[in-house]
Design a protein around this ligand. Sequence first.
Ligand SMILES: NC(=O)C1=CN([C@@H]2O[C@H](COP(=O)(O)OP(=O)(O)OC[C@H]3O[C@@H](n4cnc5c(N)ncnc54)[C@H](OP(=O)(O)O)[C@@H]3O)[C@@H](O)[C@H]2O)C=CC1
Ligand SMILES: O=C(O)C(=O)Cc1ccc(O)cc1
Length: 438
Amino acid sequence: MADPDKATFEIGIIGAGEMGLLYAHQFRAAGWQRVNVCDLPSRFEELRSKLTGTGINVLEDGYAVSRRSDYIIYSVEAANLDKVVQEYGRATKVGAIVAGQTSVKAPEITAFEKWLPQDVHVVTVHSLHGPNINPKGQPLVVIRHRCPDDAKYQHALAVLGTLQSNMVYLTATEHDRITADTQAVTHLAFISMGTAWMTQKQYPWENETYTGGLENVKVNMALRIYGNKWHVYAGLAILNPHARRQIKQYVQSVSELYKLMIANEREAFRHRIHKAKAFVFDGTIQARKPILLNDQVMDKFSLGNIPRELRKPNSHLSLLAMVDCWYHMGINPFDHLICQTPPFRLWLGIVEYCFRNTEILEESIEAALSDKETHIEDLSFYSATMGWAQCILLGTFDGYEKRFNATAEFFAPRLNEAKRNSTEMIRMITQKTQTSQD
Ligand SMILES: NC(=O)C1=CN([C@@H]2O[C@H](COP(=O)(O)OP(=O)(O)OC[C@H]3O[C@@H](n4cnc5c(N)ncnc54)[C@H](OP(=O)(O)O)[C@@H]3O)[C@@H](O)[C@H]2O)C=CC1
Ligand SMILES: O=C(O)C(=O)Cc1ccc(O)cc1
């Protein structure tokens, strides 16, 4: 089957935000001559001058892009997608292929089914990385939702292939089920840590408890998320129908473990942790290659300068609850590495690090049961998790934005540094661990 002609096949991108522009530049660099983009009509002139000389064709609006493009990718906020497809979908060129870049596929597929003409194909996508990362070698989910024509499907793959990502072929439901874990719950844990520090008016790099390699990963990744756009995280958590069950289980795990901690139910607590550990790690660790985070690498990325010797033990309630949650949901997180994002890889990496190392796990169980200061710290994490889960489960975008921005503001002076730190940490850790995993 012949690939489409790069001189005449037109690629369209509706939404020239960070991801839309990443794709537009990548496609142009790969030799596609006609890459049409638009943002809101009010941004036309600004976008045109910004993209002067890039070879990217800036059009007035989504009608103009839809009418002439052969593969159209909607790259707008998840909460806006339905409205945007309702507006421009009917202008889609006969026989074109349509995709969305949103991080959650159930509402996207519903919008496409509702608003696109029947003669239009749907081969949708999700790049599992942010806009500042080279797509080469990163996972790219491809969903052949409605594309009976093999030639059309090959056209879509030929375009996507130029991103040089690792294509992962899934259904929309499989995508949402896996990303409920790799994204929605992973982010819930990190944003709750951030909010817990914010409500205590405490910068973690000034506190002995958050000292040392494992803690550097928590701090940098939490701040990395707060340095990004709130709508990305709100959309994928609130709109993913599969996320609700797992979010409920995660907060239940946090809550039940916390109650056992403060009631000093030593045997019940220990038994629960070890049962979950046996399920997630001891049964599967041989079959699944471990991530094996490296102490030296993690230690490099501190935002503070408290010496390691002053480190205080931490219960790592967030990590203990994650394993408890996976156990109760019957999830093997290593299976989900096919849809890994950088935060998920590092999250699974620190959970594994804590659970595979008997000394660290014992230290955290002991801190959880016996240390009053740890109970005070964990009360903040517990409350933050409850608050975030309630906001997500109620589906309040407005509340999400306010909560997110309040914490982001508290960390504002260090967000850029944390972004640089976490990007470098991801680069080094991926380099060191990729060969053992993939
Ligand atoms: N950022 C990330 O790391 C990733 C994001 N995604 C997903 O990709 C999508 C885009 O994210 P991202 O690029 O980061 O977000 P941005 O906010 O940077 O981009 C979205 C763009 O869409 C524009 N837009 C909104 N409505 C319309 C419309 N009617 N016509 C044309 N353009 C419109 C927005 O304009 P305005 O700002 O003026 O409203 C904005 O420029 C989201 O669904 C996100 O979940 C997926 C993978 C990674
Ligand atoms: O690099 C990071 O921190 C990310 O996780 C970026 C990201 C955000 C949203 C997605 O749907 C996919 C990737």
